[in-house]
Design a protein around this ligand. Structure first.
Ligand SMILES: Cc1cc2nc3c(=O)[nH]c(=O)nc-3n(C[C@H](O)[C@H](O)[C@H](O)COP(=O)(O)OP(=O)(O)OC[C@H]3O[C@@H](n4cnc5c(N)ncnc54)[C@H](O)[C@@H]3O)c2cc1C
Length: 451
């Protein structure tokens, strides 16, 4: 299909997220005693890598070590919060990876890896060797950044709902119980974090149900940042749908037809410069206190903590600071040989921490590992990302990009002219289509990664 404009590009990306790496070129099969690639983490990155390794060469032994028997995906979890999906709709089994592709699974938790002897130790005490190891363990939270906040507070009172499962259900219950006229406070984290547009999509989807079910409710976003992914298209949509006052700093390029309101509507966004940074919380009083000293009560407080690479990455000495540095050509750790890090845990420069990114990084790493195992040169990698978000069920916005390696700096950079953000002068039909692409993307993406 020739791709002539941004709309074609989005349609293409929504269709199957296949654009990454030069592809799994057929090579010499290894036969009976093929090499053993072990993957830690059966989330989006790990599952995709397992599938594409086996598709590239079925004679390779691929083992995934995953703590949980099923995967609860985060994409779609905002739709559990608004009641569109049940938790079962975002629960994925590993049946297809095992049955269709012959990926082996060990349901256990990795507690240590010795990169010298290439031995993995599991919580059960079992040990396992590998030829190459892929690590895609996701994120963990920085609990001690804000006074009064802790893992316990998240579990009892102020759910983050940034890992899907129990937290999603807790926040869902709290939102359902919130009275009409109540205030929900959303506190997004500082960059970098998993799914940059996620908190704002959450606000949008909840505003849509509140309009019908709790029309006097308010969503107050207290943000430590002065901007966020797709902020202008989001704000334009909020202005059109939820009586949102667009701040002066975001007015540049806005179409003439935006409305100016005297009082805030259902969604209010307070930037870091305007006093949005939360410095303390009080779980008993259900309040947050901002950097400017304002103490605000919330009936529901969705505090999303700052993030870092998953604990395992720290235990394995794969981090520099909070995230894992890698050689971007092969996605191999710069700290330990034969260990590749992908997904949210790795430093992927301009690529956002998203499922889509994890998926294309997985395809790149699968291709490169096949080459390395055959003593071939790695191929030229390319990566892609598109994040669709819905401002309402009929109004979508997106941001997308194609990425390549800058061989001079070793960094992942954006390909000029590819991708971009939804235009502010888009027609109603365009935004409607973007909402449809989001739905199509989710279905295709799950099938591509796990099916
Ligand atoms: C609300 C929300 C909405 C989102 N929406 C989108 C979206 O629309 N589009 C998009 O592209 N992305 C979206 N994302 C982001 C996406 O979910 C993540 O970027 C993606 O899951 C990252 O994949 P990963 O493989 O790095 O980590 P995960 O998918 O989190 O997988 C990590 C896995 O590793 C396992 N693990 C960790 N440690 C160990 C250990 N020691 N031993 C064994 N197993 C272990 C975990 O159990 C887990 O299954 C969203 C995120 C949120 C929070």
């Amino acid at each position: 299909m020739p791709i002539s404009d941004r709309r074609d590009f989005l349609k293409f990306l929504a269709a199957g997220s296949v654009m990454s790496s030069a592809g799994l070129s057929p090579g010499m099969a290894f036969g009976q005693n093929g090499p053993h690639v072990v993957i830690i983490g059966g989330g989006t990155g790990g599952a995709t890598a397992a599938k594409y390794l086996k598709m590239g060469d079925a004679t390779i032994r691929v083992t995934v070590i995953e703590t949980n028997q099923v995967y609860r995906r985060c994409y779609g979890s905002n739709e559990v919060l608004n009641g569109q999906f049940g938790i079962e709709d975002i629960t994925i089994t590993y049946d297809a990876l095992q049955g269709k592709y012959g990926v082996e699974f060990i349901f256990d938790t990795v507690v240590g890896v010795d990169p010298q002897t290439r031995r993995i130790t599991l919580k059960s005490g079992d040990k396992l060797g590998y030829d190459r190891l892929i690590v895609s363990p996701g994120i963990d939270f920085i609990w001690d950044g804000v006074d009064g906040y802790s893992e316990e507070v998240a579990r009892q009172a102020m759910a983050h709902s940034w890992k899907a499962g129990e937290q999603t259900l807790l926040l869902r219950r709290q939102i359902s119980d919130m009275p009409d006229g109540g205030t929900m406070i959303i506190v997004p984290p500082v960059n970098p974090y998993r799914c940059p547009p996620g908190p704002y999509e959450r606000a949008s989807l909840l505003a849509e149900v509140f309009q019908k079910e709790k029309p006097k409710a308010k969503i107050l976003i207290l943000d430590p940042k002065d901007g966020f992914a797709k902020d202008q298209p989001f704000m334009l949509g909020w202005n059109r749908m939820y009586v949102f006052q667009i701040p002066e700093t975001k007015m540049d390029g806005m179409p003439d037809d935006i409305s100016i309101f005297d009082t805030p509507g259902m969604i209010e966004w307070v930037s870091g410069s305007a006093g949005g940074t939360v410095e303390a919380v009080d779980a008993a009083a259900m309040t947050v206190t901002t950097e400017f000293g304002d103490t605000i009560h919330g009936d529901v407080i969705n505090f999303i903590p700052p993030q870092k690479a998953a604990k395992l990455a720290f235990d394995m000495d794969l981090v520099d600071g909070n995230w894992c540095p890698i050689n971007h050509l092969t996605m191999e750790s710069t700290r330990h040989a034969n260990i590749h890090v992908i997904g949210d845990s790795c430093i992927a420069d301009v690529m956002p921490k998203s499922g889509y990114s994890a998926n294309t990084q997985a395809k790149v790493v699968a291709a490169q590992i096949l080459h390395l195992l055959r003593d071939e040169e790695p191929e030229e990698p390319t990566w892609a990302n598109v994040c669709f978000s819905r401002v309402s069920s009929e109004y979508g916005v997106s941001v997308g990009g194609i990425y390549r390696l800058d061989h001079e700096t070793g960094q992942i950079i954006s390909t000029k002219g590819a991708g971009g953000v939804s235009p502010l002068n888009a027609s109603h039909q365009f935004n409607r289509l973007e909402a449809l692409y989001q739905e199509a993307w989710m279905e295709n993406f799950v099938a591509d990664s796990f099916g």
